[in-house]
Design a protein around this ligand. Structure first.
Ligand SMILES: Cc1cc2nc3c(=O)[nH]c(=O)nc-3n(C[C@H](O)[C@H](O)[C@H](O)COP(=O)(O)OP(=O)(O)OC[C@H]3O[C@@H](n4cnc5c(N)ncnc54)[C@H](O)[C@@H]3O)c2cc1C
Ligand SMILES: NC(=O)c1ccc[n+]([C@@H]2O[C@H](COP(=O)([O-])OP(=O)(O)OC[C@H]3O[C@@H](n4cnc5c(N)ncnc54)[C@H](O)[C@@H]3O)[C@@H](O)[C@H]2O)c1
Length: 486
């Protein structure tokens, strides 16, 4: 491999091709890609290498969910004739598992690995001082292109009393070494719902307070079934519940939550509060004014090619104000590399954007939802297939689930939702179908292995043809052909 270019120090200023601010999902992907393709790269991180996903997001949350799944499976074993004593949850052990997983992935995102690849890594807060330079840890850096990848953090709503009660966010919830007796989760988005089920399975009482309805970005039929699963496991879900005020609990124990629901004020006592009420972009103290970079409270303003109002500066990931997922940050990195290294006019295209909420069953989605497709003026057809007709789901006692496919004119696939165990592993098929503009008939003709839950995709696609396949016209035709066939 040819040696990468290295940043050059000239008159106290570090000159580089690419300077990346933030070593999370987006920043690390840009840095690793750019340096291995021969660009000189400076990577600046003020906190933990790996950002939210590794330290306080995807990795710890999925590790916690895995522990919760094990406890749930032990409790459910009796359904299969396997009788176990009720599981004893050692919360400190769950904590060890979570942090063990983080530690096992951390080397991949470490300073050592990135320096080994040829990046210059600066561990400090970066701040633009001019449109073409920034300062970090006393070092001035000039770059041909800067990439802002500073991510987001939990938004803490201005609710009276919130500053006076102890509360958890994604930055602190994975540090718990003792199980909360009663966890109140403010917000029924993906973070709130995933954590609610996991803590319930680990033995906490859990109440979700959601001001609208849970998981509003997902298909309502699928959310309704998922809500049923959560309620059956004992999660309390209060929807249309706006948190109004918070008070410290009596004798300094826990807290009291006042919320408004259907015109009534209600009060709830709890031991812990998790704030999962949305995200806010990390744009403060970045010197964006000095750099001439426009922004709004949603994040840095970018065009389709992720360029900011300063042509030298691009933005990726959560801070760019679009969909906030690790795979989106990685996708953004690919666009930035094509632009910054090769000068290509790459643009983000979200038509095949997938997301998964890692509850059990998982709720996986890609592309357009039905309402969005109708709003866009598409000639919509919806195909729905229940998981109850799937043999593998029955063998595993999976309970209710579904596949819902949204088609446009002439069987064009616009979107898909699957609610099923491990649905996240099944949704890729529909993403590829959308990206490659396949027709629903292509999926219907696919040979799906039996018995798998992924057969639900083939059956849903096949149902598009059921009315014409089993019609009077077909029966007439078959009758005719049978009479003339030898
Ligand atoms: C609880 C939780 C669970 C999640 N689960 C999933 C999931 O299952 N799947 C999924 O796809 N997404 C998930 N996400 C979202 C995912 O974590 C984010 O979309 C992703 O981390 C965004 O990457 P990023 O590079 O934009 O930001 P980050 O990964 O947050 O990285 C930003 C980095 O920039 C650094 N930084 C900030 N300001 C400066 C500065 N001025 N100077 C230097 N460094 C700076 C920060 O310290 C941080 O390390 C989850 C998020 C949370 C909170
Ligand atoms: N599985 C995944 O991919 C995954 C998991 C977790 C997070 N994430 C990413 O992180 C983002 C942030 O997640 P999130 O769940 O914090 O945010 P969110 O914006 O998706 O959901 C927040 C919810 O909180 C509710 N809310 C806000 N203020 C409230 C109040 N005062 N009282 C009651 N409810 C209130 C909102 O109505 C909303 O439904 C997600 O949108 C997603 O992009 C992804």
């Amino acid at each position: 491999m040819a040696h990468p270019r290295t940043p050059r120090l000239k008159n106290g200023v570090l000159h580089t091709d690419i300077c990346v601010i933030g070593a999370g999902s987006g920043g690390l992907s840009v840095a690793a890609g750019a340096v291995q393709m021969g660009a000189s790269v400076v990577l600046i991180e003020k906190g933990e290498m790996g950002g939210d996903c590794l330290n306080t997001g995807c990795v710890p949350s999925k590790s916690l969910i895995a522990a919760a799944h094990a406890a749930h499976a032990a409790r459910q074993a009796g359904r299969f004739g396997i009788h176990l004593p009720p599981p004893e949850v050692e919360f400190a052990g769950v904590h060890r598992h979570i942090h063990g997983v983080i530690a096992s992935i951390a080397p991949h995102d470490s300073v050592e690995r990135f320096e080994g690849l040829g990046c210059t890594v600066i561990r400090a807060e970066a701040r633009f001082t001019a449109p073409d330079r920034l300062e970090a840890g006393g070092q001035v850096v000039r770059a041909r292109r800067f990439v802002i990848a500073t991510g987001s953090r939990a938004a803490v709503p201005p609710i009276p009393g919130l500053d006076r009660v102890p509360h958890l966010t994604n930055e602190s919830v994975f540090d718990l070494k003792d199980r909360p007796d009663h966890l109140v989760v403010m917000g029924g988005g993906p973070i709130g719902v995933e954590m609610a089920q996991a803590f319930r399975r680990l033995g906490s009482a859990v109440t979700v307070l959601e001001r609208a309805t849970i998981l509003p970005r997902d298909e309502p039929e699928a959310v309704a079934l998922l809500r049923g699963h959560l309620l059956a496991e004992g999660v309390t879900i209060e929807e249309g519940a706006q948190v109004a005020a918070l008070h410290p609990g009596a004798e300094g124990q826990g807290l009291e939550v006042e919320f408004d629901q259907a015109g009534r004020r209600r009060t709830l006592r709890a031991s812990h509060l998790l704030v999962a009420a949305g995200r806010q972009p990390n744009i403060e103290n970045l010197g964006l004014e000095a750099a001439g970079v426009d922004h709004t409270p949603r994040g840095i303003t970018v065009d389709g090619g992720l360029r900011t109002s300063n042509r030298r500066i691009l933005a990726v990931g959560d801070v760019a104000g679009g969909p906030q997922f690790t795979h989106v940050a990685g996708y953004h990195a690919g666009i930035v590399i094509r632009r910054a290294l090769f000068g290509l006019p790459a643009k983000a295209d979200y038509r095949a954007l997938p997301w998964v909420t890692y509850t059990d069953p998982e709720l996986a989605h890609v592309g357009m939802g039905e309402a969005e497709a109708r709003e866009a003026g598409e000639a919509v057809t919806v195909l729905t297939e229940s998981l109850s007709g799937n043999d593998r789901a029955r063998a595993e006692g999976a309970g209710e689930g579904l596949a819902k496919i949204v088609l446009g004119a002439r069987g064009r696939i616009l979107g898909a939702t699957i609610l099923a165990p491990r649905a996240g592993e099944m949704i890729g098929l529909w993403g590829l179908a959308i990206q490659k503009r396949l027709k629903v008939g292509d999926v219907a003709q696919m040979m799906a292995p039996y018995p798998t839950m992924s057969e639900i995709s083939k059956r849903a696609a096949g149902s598009h043809y059921t009315p014409s396949l089993f019609s009077a016209r077909t029966r007439f035709l078959v009758g005719l052909i049978q009479r003339v066939l030898p």
